[in-house]
Write a protein that binds this ligand. Structure first.
Ligand code: CTP
Length: 445
């Protein structure tokens, strides 16, 4: 009996898939089909897969050619599968020609000609119209966002707006996009608005975009007042639009895994979270010269508050801040101590003082550590009372990480993603409230 194996995502099952499976089956007597998991697709940068794993498996089964379906969850799995399932022939489409030649050490490798003019990518683009993005604000983060958006199929950055036209022009020229002269022009030419302007302008821009019926991704910190955050989410609901706070950490696979492990009971009940993020900034930078809206807490606090609110809840009983100040009383280092019903948390941010940026989550049975840059989580460890017992986890973090939030936004717009669990509105609202408390304590508002 000749045993054949093939692999694929099989998203939006199409004729190319059908014909590939038909010919794969004809190569032997028994066909095993490996279907990729969502995590594996995300890890290898295949964002925006529409069908969930069960639907894709169902479609492969329905073709009638697969004698057995297995799941493919990691790179390198193919070699062990070939040995485990005693495979004679490994086959994939001709778009992979050469890539799997190394498998010939274990079995015969056959590349089957790919069916022309059909692919999942093509169908995704046909079924879901390209979402055009207009950018407000043309600083460094806007440039990174634009570059990252190129990794997400289904979106296209149309142009950028900045009230300082010269800055918009420089940006547009650099990235080969258009300059929007007015906000009305931006609204007319975009379905999604990305707000990357100075913190204090977020509220007006987000409100304007939502009122004009646009989906919005707003850079962190979202807004600086609790009531503004509540109002904006209400407008989003009324307008039936999606509103995301762009804290990239929240959407990346490694951080999601970290939160899942922390909440799994492995380290018992979580009683303490300590999050630190420091980044030395040029003393002439906006962050260290803007007397009202600069400083370390406004700049970096959102990252650190994210795991704290996710793990300790939103009912913060008390919060105190302590800062070290630089030029014109701008906080170059801030430590916030928070008390919750369940336990304690500390958040440390620095722009002018460098410290070991680490995330520590302490529970009743063990603790988790993730070293800097934990906000781009790729690796974390779980430790226990028995110091010799350490569990290690890793995941990929591609590029600058903004692609994950862009792809999640797109999935929500297209109705493929069920909920906003990665960064909930109540988490964003609580963060705005904490930012407001800090600004009031500093007498800045
Ligand atoms: N395939 C094929 N002909 C096509 C499309 C895919 O023979 N027109 C084959 C691929 O070569 C692969 C298998 O079908 O062996 C599963 O491919 P998959 O990556 O799931 O499908 P694509 O349509 O190529 O997906 P995407 O556009 O997302 O890359």
């Amino acid at each position: 009996m000749t045993r054949v194996i093939t692999y694929g995502t099989f998203d939006l099952f199409h004729e190319g898939h059908y014909r590939l499976l038909q010919r794969a089956k004809a190569l032997g007597d028994y066909l095993i089909v490996g279907v990729t998991t969502e995590n594996y697709d995300r890890a290898r940068g295949k964002l925006n897969v529409v069908d969930d794993l069960m639907t894709r498996i169902e479609n492969v089964k329905r073709s009638g050619f697969a004698d057995e379906v297995i799941i493919e969850e990691s790179i390198g799995q193919k070699i062990s599968d070939v040995q485990k399932y005693k495979i004679d022939i490994f086959t994939v489409g001709s778009d992979w020609t050469g890539v799997f030649d190394y498998m010939s050490d274990y079995c015969k490798v056959v590349y089957l000609e790919r069916t022309k003019n059909v692919s999942s990518t093509m169908l995704r683009n046909q079924n879901f119209k390209i979402q055009r993005i207009g950018i407000i604000g043309t600083g460094r983060i806007a440039g990174r966002f634009l570059m990252e958006s190129k990794s997400v199929s289904g979106v296209s950055v149309e142009g950028a707006y900045n009230p300082r036209k010269s800055s918009a022009e420089r940006f547009a020229q650099r990235y080969g996009i258009e300059v929007f002269e007015t906000l009305d022009e931006l609204y007319e030419r975009s379905e999604i608005v990305y707000v990357a302007s100075p913190h204090e302008t977020h509220y007006e821009y987000v409100k304007g975009a939502l009122e004009h019926g646009k989906h919005v991704i707003c850079e962190k910190p979202f807004v600086l007042k609790n009531e503004q955050a509540v109002e904006l989410f209400d407008i989003a609901d009324r307008k039936n639009k999606i509103l995301f706070e762009g804290i990239k950490t929240a959407y990346c696979p490694g951080f999601t895994k970290l939160m899942d492990v922390a909440r799994s009971g492995l380290i018992g009940s979580i009683r303490y979270v300590d999050a630190c993020f420091t980044k030395l900034e040029d003393t002439a930078s906006r962050e260290l010269t803007d007397v009202k809206y600069g400083g370390s807490f406004l700049e970096l606090g959102s990252y650190c508050l994210l795991p704290v609110l996710k793990l300790m809840g939103r009912d913060c009983e008390s919060i105190t801040f302590d800062s070290i100040y630089g030029h014109e009383n701008i906080d170059i280092f801030t430590k916030a101590s928070l008390r919750f019903k369940k336990g304690l948390a500390t958040v440390t941010c620095g722009l002018g003082v460098k410290s070991e940026g680490r995330l520590l989550i302490a529970g009743t049975k063990g603790y988790i550590t993730a070293e800097a840059p934990w906000w781009k989580t790729t690796y974390f460890e779980v430790h226990f009372e028995d110091a010799s017992k350490v569990e290690k986890y890793s995941d990929r973090f591609l590029g600058d990480g903004l692609r994950y939030e862009i792809s999640d936004m797109l999935n929500q717009i297209n109705g493929n993603s069920k909920s906003e669990f990665k960064l909930t509105r109540s988490e964003s609202i609580t963060m705005s409230e904490i930012m407001e408390t800090f600004l009031k304590k500093e007498n800045r508002i």
